[in-house]
Ligand binder design. Structure first.
Ligand SMILES: NC(=O)C1=CN([C@@H]2O[C@H](COP(=O)(O)OP(=O)(O)OC[C@H]3O[C@@H](n4cnc5c(N)ncnc54)[C@H](OP(=O)(O)O)[C@@H]3O)[C@@H](O)[C@H]2O)[C@@H](O)CC1
Ligand SMILES: [K+]
Length: 492
């Protein structure tokens, strides 16, 4: 289940299902604790190590990990949040098997150079308080010395948020079976450090019974639309991008160029008459077509294989009419609606189709779907609800972009870098989505691929990145993804 993401509730069901299928929870705990010890030994040299154990099964995993470290000769001790004799069930059993030194968790204990945070797991129900909160604050600036079991304590596994803004941060987090939302959503993802997903022996059929529809974005989830050797440009689709008026044209050209780099066979910028010269003067492989009225936008929607409307498009009543003309065209191409198009339509009352894609950032999302935003517990739920409501693909942009389809599938993207938060970055993304749709990809997958590529470009470029660079580095990233036989053909 490497790319599946399971909720806390699904994890509990796997726990119960495993027990019912004959794998006791104590066995799962044993495997979990051993996996933590293995991950530590593989990454650190022996050093004074404190395992901070909480009252529940997260603490139980900690006692097991401490036992395995001790067996390997580590200088390790346990600091326990609650007296050992108050523990219950598997945790009590795991604690009883540990023969090393044990202290009450407080600031007076021996100095640790490594801390294993086994206070609370992903299902934490209340904010950290007392000694647990003090320990979190004490180690907040020393995350490089912390290894978290399941999640850094204080983080809610389903939202990735600290319940009262107090939590641990870690250099390494070892979780079990699959990642939880907190491992991919911010700020949780950043607080986890390196994430190891350990197999703890839950039976495969028990895990499969969860029918997971949430995934972490990865090339194993999709395949790119590589052209056939004898491909003609018309088969690679025609993307049309609507431009804004005079002195508002750069965004559409960024989008159009990304569409061309993304593999669209033909790309046209649809330009208002007053911006025609401005667009034409700056385009070469990309075509320009004049559009005077609603009929021209409806026509564009009919002839394109994907139509981008939004980047610096304009937000006047006239622009609203042009947008509606494109939306209402029949039959029409899938639409990628961003920026000004979202502003014009907010709050969203239109029904779209599963071929259309809306690409809001959080501010746009809140205006487009105000009720959904305020009633959702995390970005995944919000994006899923918006996709179901608008009946189209919704892509909520951010450092943890979520893509959801109206049928409930959702993908969280984890590629990227903060340098992508720059002017024009979203325009490039919209063009890239349209390019992939125009080549025949399902819109949900096209959106996932585009975000992944965009994020990879951000990682490679780093500081100094401007939106144009994202487009220009796409060939290198696409080449790395090309199948071996295509690479062989290209290299003769
Ligand atoms: N599921 C699986 O398959 C497997 C799970 N495994 C491990 O189990 C972990 C989940 O275990 P868990 O359910 O016992 O939760 P955990 O966080 O250890 O403790 C909950 C206890 O803490 C209490 N409590 C809560 N908040 C509190 C607060 N702020 N301050 C004080 N107390 C607080 C809470 O009290 P309550 O809210 O019920 O009153 C309850 O008593 C999971 O993370 C993984 O490491 C592995 O063994 C492998 C198999
Ligand atoms: K923990």
């Amino acid at each position: 289940m490497s790319r599946e993401i399971i909720t806390v509730e699904e994890m509990r069901a796997i726990d119960a299902g495993s027990a019912a299928a004959g794998v006791p929870t104590r066995t799962l705990m044993e495997n979990a604790g051993r996996a933590v010890a293995d991950a530590i030994v593989a990454r650190f040299k022996p050093r004074p190590t404190a395992v901070l154990c909480g009252p529940g099964n997260n603490g139980g995993d900690g006692w097991v990990a401490a036992r395995y470290l001790l067996e390997r000769g580590w200088p390790v001790w346990v600091e326990t949040l609650v007296p050992r004799d108050t523990l219950k069930g598997d945790a009590k059993d795991a604690a009883a098997a540990f023969t090393g030194e044990t202290y009450a968790l407080s600031r007076d204990n021996p100095r640790a150079e490594l801390v294993v945070d086994a206070l609370f797991g992903a299902g934490l129900s209340r904010p950290l308080e007392g000694e647990a909160a003090r320990a979190a604050n004490a180690f907040w600036k020393r995350a490089d010395r912390v290894v978290a079991i399941d999640v850094p304590s204080g983080i809610d596994g389903d939202t990735g948020m600290a319940l009262n803004e107090i939590s641990f941060g870690a250099a390494l987090t070892v979780t079990f079976v699959s990642k939880k939302p907190a491992h991919v959503l911010m700020p949780g993802r950043a607080l986890c450090g390196e994430i190891v997903v350990a197999d703890i022996g839950a039976p495969e059929d028990v895990v499969a019974a969860q029918k997971v529809s949430l995934f972490e974005n990865d090339p194993s989830l999709w395949s790119l639309p590589w052209p056939e050797p004898d491909a003609h440009k018309n088969e690679r689709g025609h993307v049309i991008v609507a431009s804004g008026g005079r002195a508002r044209t750069g965004a559409a050209r960024l989008s159009a160029r990304a569409a061309l780099r993304g593999g669209a066979g033909l790309v046209t910028v649809l330009s208002p008459p007053d911006a025609l010269d401005e667009n034409a003067a700056q385009l070469t492989a990309i075509m320009v077509r004049e559009a005077r009225d609603e009929a021209a936008y409806a026509q564009a929607a009919r002839i394109a294989r994907a139509l981008v409307i939004g980047p610096a498009f304009g937000t006047s009543d006239d622009h609203y009419k042009l947008l509606l003309a494109a939306i209402g065209a029949e039959p029409r191409a899938p639409l990628v609606l961003d920026a000004d198009a979202l502003t014009l339509l907010s709050p969203i009352t239109h029904g779209f189709t599963s071929r259309d894609v809306l690409t809001p950032h959080v501010g746009e999302f809140r205006r487009a779907f105000p009720g959904i935003w305020s009633s959702s517990s995390n970005r995944i739920d919000a994006t899923r609800a918006a996709a179901a409501y608008a009946r189209c693909v919704v892509l909520l942009k951010g450092p943890d972009t979520v893509i959801a389809a109206p049928d409930g599938r959702a993908i969280v993207n984890t590629t990227g870098s903060p340098f992508l938060a720059t002017a024009g970055s979203g325009d490039v993304l919209a063009g890239l989505i349209a390019a992939l749709i125009s080549q025949g990809m399902e819109s949900f997958e096209a959106a996932a691929v585009a975000v992944w590529l965009h994020g990879k470009a951000g990682e490679r470029l780093g500081p100094g990145l401007i939106a144009e660079d994202v487009t220009e580095i796409l060939p290198a990233i696409l080449n790395d993804l090309a199948p071996m036989d295509l690479k062989a053909a290209l290299n003769g």
